[in-house]
Design a binder for this molecule. Structure first.
Ligand code: DGJ
Length: 763
């Protein structure tokens, strides 16, 4: 619900409140964002800044308002100049050479529902959603505030949308040039949140290729703390999802804010503590290097930012974000549809395949219950390694004489669907496409070009290039019965240049807009295809991609122990339903680690399950085990897709005893839950472990059992217990083996061993 009274604004979700008011000077002062509160008669006065003097060297806004010191105030947005020396929300360089703005309040509008955006993907209000608990859809409302620069006629809109059921508020901004001359926008952020103190920890998710989503924590103090990408993609270096918490916040208690951005390009999230101990959060497009020419009458939209807050700790925050992503970001035919269990050819055969080899694998896949066969890289042009052919999207007849169409039909006749890998944004110099259109590649003419994986980026700021990609992909997607597409992207931007003259300061954002235009056209032309995003794994894992593709390949690291860390990091901001995870070979191809089947399967279950190894080379016993794993997954797939996720214990890399992960997901109707326990390294003679659940129906009885496939062991645990006992006391697990021989009744736990627990409501 959004309300205004005498320019005091309240945005309320089921469990949160967001308040601000407009000062007589025309500046919007932020008053509160946190767990839901009710306003008493003096609420506004109690929360507002009430200066009676400004500090010694403080700047006062104007003679008319001498006590408005913008440096001290908590503001809904700030611009360069007039005293606020923190990083600004918006900076415009005006035709007279001045970067100083003076935006003042002009008006507001509240409406039911939510508007879309012109150029960017955005969250949407569901109209017909009804979840299993019978909850009605969110009543989404939107507030637009307008501010006009008193000197130049530029207009800034701040747009807030409230999603009550998910406890999410989104924010975005639009800048319009209503002046008579062009201006240069040097930054336009999406969200600014000024908080009154700085007793906070700043949580970011950092990484690199094959080791994405490390959870980092910094205690704030005076200065700037920045999480950002400058490489043109949202990146595996710093994900746009960040959190701010009180220092004592845990999984189940404590104040916790979460922020994300519906954007796939370079971005920046910043926490700045100023000289007065106020904390400013800013999120949006990376301002460094950004500059956008705004002609009279034009407007620029900043991406939509997402925020939520709870006093229920990290766990509650994650579940709000998960619900929001599932209901208001992911869309299309596959939104709530159960995703097929797939076999991907990449780590099974890499580039080394022909039709016979693929069909041999496909036959075994079909026998084990796999539903979708995905042909990864290597099927087109002369692509026998990573040195050539990106851009030549026609089938390699030496490998596949009957083309994709014939292969797809053979796969379908085995009872599976067929999917394909593409990397359409790229071009290799060794390709026919490059021979025909060298100027379509992003490269500085006459200089050496620094390549990544032997490839260059196609200039998606150009309409002719976008049209080519849409046409080439439409031809591929309609050349065979294709139900799934893995859309990869394997290099970052460094040497920027557009032969079409796109301005350097606009290039990265225009590229991102071009990528969205291409995706938009293709998902509408092929509404039944399940698209999976990928960028060398998680190098473009963000809410922008998820507006087009319901799931993303999480990491090129398929080692189950590494994946436990990566997927735990992801789970803070993203639901299991968007995390694509595969069972791969042991020893693992990235780490050389030997990992039990049960662990590879257990970790991949807490995502959208696939296999990525040569199934045809397995023993009969192993094939039967895979078959039983897949049957188990299918039985509980809905719980993994739409259940509530809990991090019960989060292991840490550097601590042997704490190298334990316990996860759990609970079906929406609480009829069942699946638990998972993984121990990175076996430590002898540890005290008995507990499995303590969360989120069960406390008044119901549950049967708690372990699920083991291929261990040759019987059930270790079998209890009928109340939900309240499981949630509050937990189950003491069978004693672990400790070096006096493996006795019946001990829990055998080698390095990287794990268990899945099935917790089902008992009649
Ligand atoms: C990078 C992806 O992340 C891998 O899964 C695989 O598709 C390769 N590219 C193929 O080149």
């Amino acid at each position: 619900m959004i309300r205004e009274q005498n320019l005091f604004f309240e945005i309320t979700t089921n469990h949160t409140s967001y308040w601000f008011h407009i000062l007589p000077s025309g500046h919007p002062e932020h008053l509160y964002y946190g767990p839901r509160i009710e306003a008493g008669a003096d609420a506004e006065r109690a929360l507002a800044d009430r200066p009676v003097y400004l500090g010694g060297n403080g700047i006062s806004y104007s003679k008319e308002y001498p006590l408005v010191g913008l440096e001290e105030l908590c503001l809904e947005f700030s611009a360069l100049g007039h005293g606020d020396v923190r990083d600004p929300f918006v900076t415009v360089l005006y035709p007279n050479g001045s970067p100083v703005s003076d935006f003042l309040y002009e008006g507001y509008q509240i409406r039911d529902g939510k508007s879309g955006m012109q150029t960017l993907p955005s969250a949407y209000a569901e109209e017909d959603h009804q979840d299993n608990r019978g909850n009605a859809p969110d009543c989404v409302q939107e507030l637009t505030l307008t501010f006009r620069d008193r000197n130049y006629g530029t207009v800034l809109e701040l747009i807030y949308a409230a999603f009550p059921d998910c406890d999410v508020i989104t924010r975005r901004s639009v800048l319009r040039n209503e002046g008579s001359r062009a201006a240069e926008v040097q930054r336009l952020m999406s969200l600014q949140l000024d908080l009154a103190d700085s007793e906070y920890d700043w949580h970011t998710f950092t990484g690199a290729w094959a080791r994405e989503f490390n959870h980092q924590t910094d205690r704030l103090h005076q200065g700037r703390f920045v999480s950002e990408s400058r490489c043109g993609l949202s990146s595996s270096m710093n994900n746009p999802f960040v959190m701010l918490t009180r220092p004592n916040t845990t999984e189940t208690a404590g104040l916790c804010y979460g922020f994300n951005l519906i954007y796939s390009g370079s971005h920046q999230e910043e926490a700045e503590v100023n000289a007065y101990g106020k904390t400013r959060i800013l999120t949006g497009i990376q301002p460094d290097g950004f500059s956008w020419k705004l002609e009279p009458g034009e407007e620029l939209e900043a991406p939509e930012a997402v925020m939520t807050v709870t006093d229920g700790g990290f766990g509650a925050l994650s579940r709000s974000m998960h619900r929001f992503v599932r209901h208001h970001i992911v869309r299309g035919a596959w939104k709530d549809r159960e995703r097929p269990v797939l076999l991907n050819s990449w780590e099974a055969v890499y580039f080394d395949f022909n039709e016979e080899k693929l069909l041999e694998m496909a036959k075994t896949a079909a026998d084990t219950g796999i539903e979708l066969f995905v042909l990864d890289d290597g099927w087109f042009g002369r692509r026998n390694d990573a040195r050539s052919s990106l851009g030549d999207w026609y089938v390699n007849r030496e490998k596949l004489p009957g083309g994709l169409g014939e292969l797809a039909e053979k796969i379908h006749s085995l009872g599976m669907q067929f999917g394909i890998w593409v990397e359409p944004e790229m071009i290799c110099v060794r390709s026919h496409l490059y021979e025909e259109h060298p100027d379509w590649a992003v490269a500085v003419p006459g200089t050496i070009h620094s390549e990544g994986r032997n490839q260059r980026i196609l200039d998606l700021t150009r309409q002719d290039v976008r049209d080519y990609i849409v046409q080439a992909m439409s031809d591929v997607f309609s050349s065979a019965r294709i139900s799934y597409v893995k859309w990869d992207n394997n290099r970052i931007f460094t040497d920027l240049f557009s032969a079409a003259g796109t301005r350097p300061g606009e290039f990265l954002h225009r590229y991102c807009l071009g990528y969205y235009e291409v995706m938009d056209r293709l998902v509408h032309a092929f509404p039944d295809i399940l698209f999976e995003g990928c960028a060398s794994g998680g190098n473009r894992f963000d809410l922008g991609v998820l507006c087009y593709m319901p799931q993303i390949w999480a990491s090129d690291d398929t080692d189950a122990v590494c994946r436990a860390m990566i997927q735990t990091g992801m789970s803070y901001g993203y639901p299991m339903s968007v995390i694509s995870a595969h069972v791969s070979a042991s020893p693992n191809h990235q780490t050389g680690r030997y990992t039990p089947w049960a662990t590879r399967f257990g970790v991949a279950c807490f995502g959208m399950l696939g296999y990525e190894l040569n199934l045809a080379s397995l023993s009969e016993e192993e094939k039967q085990m895979v078959q039983r794993q897949i049957a188990f997954y299918k039985e509980h797939r809905k719980t993994f897709l739409s259940g509530d996720y809990y991090r019960l214990v989060s292991g840490r890399e550097d601590d042997f005893e704490k190298g334990i992960w316990q996860w759990m997901c609970v079906a929406e109707d609480q009829s069942e839950a699946i638990g998972f326990f993984l121990q990175r390294q076996f430590v002898p003679n540890m005290s008995a472990a507990f499995f303590r659940t969360q989120g069960l129906d406390e008044h119901a009885l549950y049967r708690f059992r372990d699920f083991q496939v291929g261990s040759g062991l019987g059930n270790e645990e079998d209890f009928t217990l109340s939900g309240s006992l499981l949630d509050h006391a937990g189950v003491r697990l069978t004693q672990a083996y400790a070096g006096e021989g493996r006795k019946p009744g001990t829990r055998y736990f080698s390095d990287a061993a794990s268990r899945l627990y099935v917790i089902e409501k008992a009649e």
